[in-house]
Design a protein. Structure first.
Length: 320
């Protein structure tokens, strides 16, 4: 079976680990990673969601902090701050910085982000084929509102420095209209047997992937079932500040509202089926009313076993 996952962030990383554990020996997994939260910082190119997925699959991620490399140190970051360089509230670990330097060097030498990710994938046996959503730079910009009015800032500043405390007015990805799916993305969607939308932030992780011109068309045309997993359980976001992002675009933080936000593929949306938690079983009729098949399952990913069980439920929904 050919499995395709659209993913970003920690939720996407955990879910991808679960799919890898649940997949059979003959299954082929392709992951399309969000690059909307990429940024340039201190002269190097950072890809937070890409790196989270790579590190998790390689087994070298810091599971306590939820980002970066396990056992990392911060001597270079301290030196950068002593020089007044970078962002004092955005930590670059030494091992993590090695990744960014390698990536930036390859980009400066003329490699595309797709080629860079291919090189990164060779270091460890990841068990999946990784692709960026696009080779274009489409960093997410958040326009916030405070006592001084509206002003734009990079998503990472809003997310990491301000912890989403500043009221977001809108999220934009400059350059998105000219972007195209990275080589192999549209083909992977077309040839998939099942497409899975990971329980990642619908606005700033899955949203940018679906916004790349051509990806929604590929989802509409594929013969595969498209199955999404709710990132909200019992009305609470599992991780991060997705509720703030959802409120900014007028979507309630509950499983049925997010399903309706993605929409039914039969009506021009993205989904055929939607997994919602046992805590949200009462919302299943609302999901069905939106033209999306509702599947109730345990959604908490506490370890590899529970992540694999969730992945099995999603794959089962796709087979049906």
């Amino acid at each position: 079976m050919r499995i395709l996952i659209l993913a970003g962030g920690v939720g996407g990383s955990k879910f991808t680990l679960g799919v890898r554990a649940a997949a059979g020996h003959d299954d082929h997994i392709t992951v399309v990673a969000n690059t909307g939260d990429d940024l340039w910082l201190s002269g190097v190119r950072l890809q937070p969601d890409v790196d989270s997925i790579v590190y998790a699959l390689a087994g070298v991620n810091d599971t306590h902090r939820g980002w970066g490399r396990a056992g990392d140190t911060e001597r270079v970051n301290e030196e950068l701050q002593a020089w007044g360089a970078g962002w004092p509230w955005f930590t670059l670990g030494d091992l993590d910085l090695g990744t960014h330097l390698a990536r930036t060097g390859w980009l400066r030498d003329g490699a595309t982000p797709t080629q860079v990710l291919d090189r990164m994938s060779r270091r460890w046996p990841l068990g999946v084929h990784l692709l960026p959503m696009t080779d274009s730079e489409v960093d997410t910009i958040v326009t916030v509102r405070d006592q001084d009015g509206e002003r734009p800032m990079h998503f990472q500043e809003w997310w990491t420095r301000w912890r989403a405390a500043l009221e977001p007015v809108r999220f934009e990805n400059p350059g998105m209209a000219e972007a195209r799916p990275a080589p192999g993305v549209a083909e992977a969607i077309a040839n998939a047997d099942v497409v899975l939308l990971a329980p990642s932030n619908p606005v700033v992780s899955i949203g940018p992937i679906l916004a790349v011109p051509g990806i929604r068309d590929a989802l509409t045309a594929t013969r595969a079932a498209v199955v999404g997993v709710s990132p909200v359980i019992g009305g609470r976001v599992v991780r991060g500040m997705a509720d703030v992002c959802l409120a900014a675009i007028g979507v309630e933080s509950n499983a049925s509202a997010i399903a309706a936000h993605y929409g039914a593929r039969a009506s021009g949306g993205a989904l055929d089926a939607w997994l919602l938690g046992e805590e949200d079983e009462a919302l299943a009729p609302e999901v069905e009313a939106a033209g999306i098949r509702a599947v109730v399952a345990p959604l908490w990913m506490r370890d590899e076993a529970t992540s694999a069980a969730l992945a099995s439920a999603a794959l089962g929904a796709g087979r049906r």
